[in-house]
Design a protein around this ligand. Sequence first.
Ligand SMILES: [Zn+2]
Length: 300
Amino acid sequence: MLKVAYNPIYRHPLPEGHRFPMSKYELIHDQLLYEGTLRPENFFSPRPVEDRWVLGVHTEDYVRRLKTLTVPPAMIRRIGFPLSAGLISREWIITQGTIDCSLIARRDGVALNVAGGTHHAFPDRGEGFCLLNDVAVAASYLLENGLARKILIIDLDVHQGNGTAVIFRQEPRVFTFSMHGRDNYPLHKETSDLDIEIPTGTTDDPYLNRLYDTIPFLLKEQKPDFLFYISGVDILETDRLGKLKISRDGCRQRDAYIFGEALRAGLPIAVSMGGGYSIRIADIVEAHCNTFRIAEKLYF
Ligand SMILES: [Zn+2]
């Protein structure tokens, strides 16, 4: 049975008037239940991650500042929303969700977190709506516990996984691959193990072809035994932050391809949602739900 991490705290709303809808997590959960793709027993509710695993990636000082709500104002501005105790515990729970998904994926082949993919979180700071780097914490957890030998992070959110790139710069056991919009945030890109910059306005075929040319090569060269996938849907043409022109069906084909390659190679894959900022929230929810529908169909 497909296992999906979701805790009611995921819906924790941002302060009134914030311009990005964060209730998408709740809507994804509700839609998948409503249409019958998933049943209540598919979902499990993560607990907060233990600090020792967070500290495998983030600095003590940063973690302390988050927990005591003493993050300096300049950093809060870069994060993009005011912090609250609720948002902090939400982040700790989402991060454990990604660890849980990685453990379940080792058993079932796949598991998905209805949130996460917060790849703009650096060791000592957050930015771009990201506080903790859930995928990095989970990758470091797997390595630390001898549960993976070589990890490939496939980050297909439209924004570069700059925090992830910096976190694993000196870690040969984690290969960071980010395929993102060339002209999208962050303006200053970090160096991942492999970065592919997609020009503004790119449509389905050239986008998917870059992926088809890259993934088999990476699997062959890097020989990972575990995959993390950040399935951001801000590549959609309807996205108000992304600058690509990928259709909803193109986005669906992207997800189907990644799951297909993972299955073919017999590699466990843990999925975090990443971004999605289409004007109509229905576009975001529909594209994210496709990721779950495909996983359910291919694996179970
Ligand atoms: Zn993004």
